[in-house]
Design a protein around this ligand. Sequence first.
Ligand SMILES: Cc1ncc(COP(=O)(O)O)c(C=O)c1O
Length: 281
Amino acid sequence: MNDVFLNGEFIKADQAKVSVFDRGFLLGDGVYEVIPVYAGHCFRLEGHLKRLQHSLDGVRMRNPLSDSQWQTMIEQLVERNGAGDQSVYLQVTRGVAPRDHVFPENVEPTAFAMSNPLHAVPADYKSKGIAAITVPDIRWQNCHIKAITLLPNSLLKQQAQDAGAQEALLIRDGYMTEGSASNAYAIIDGKIYTAPKDEKVLPGITRELVLELAASANIPVKEQAVSEQQLRDADEIWVSSSTKEVLPVTMLDGVAVSSGNPGAIWKQLDSLYQQYKQQGD
Ligand SMILES: Cc1ncc(COP(=O)(O)O)c(C=O)c1O
């Protein structure tokens, strides 16, 4: 049984209890982070803690821990759970209070963290690519906040799964925003297109690294959303996230993307990504 962290303490996962009056439970009033850990070391932790603060600021919630307290706690949690490759999940909710839409006063936020083994993505996701479907982006207007209210994302991902696909690519006003649990890219004439960082997409930590690696290899990047038609005509399509890294999408709505195989630019980017991971950070 793994240890989890809850409000200042490490306890066994099955001993961790949260009140039914927690606003995370009743109102979905919370934010979260997912951080990959390789060989016991957190990957791009600074970026994740910065984004956590951004999400907390976005919902006017107090950060219960300083960055160094988060770091120490996460390192201890990873160590307690056997180091190696893990995925750390952090969640902060506005705390426990009588149910009311209005924020409670003088209430301590609930701070929770768990870590689980990080399994490598199935090998054929990389050798053959994954399938995606396009769906309307039914989410709210503040997708830059990593909120725990994931019902739209969950419905959309389930729709992909029901269609035999691994991801849903979201279309808002005729343009692709991102995936249901990933950032998304279209490669057109040798250039990487991805939606700009605004309220319509989550500022992905992996997205940031993809853009850094592309710059280092002189692959041109345009932070510009592609239309649904441009997406269908793209030479390559990719998705990225902390736990899945960068994956090629080779089938879109049942139709092969270009040749139907992972593309040359994805291969180049993935090999840069793997090199970067080896060096640690
Ligand atoms: C909606 C959405 N966009 C993008 C991402 C990718 O973000 P990151 O690379 O920080 O994991 C995620 C990750 O889960 C996500 O849920």
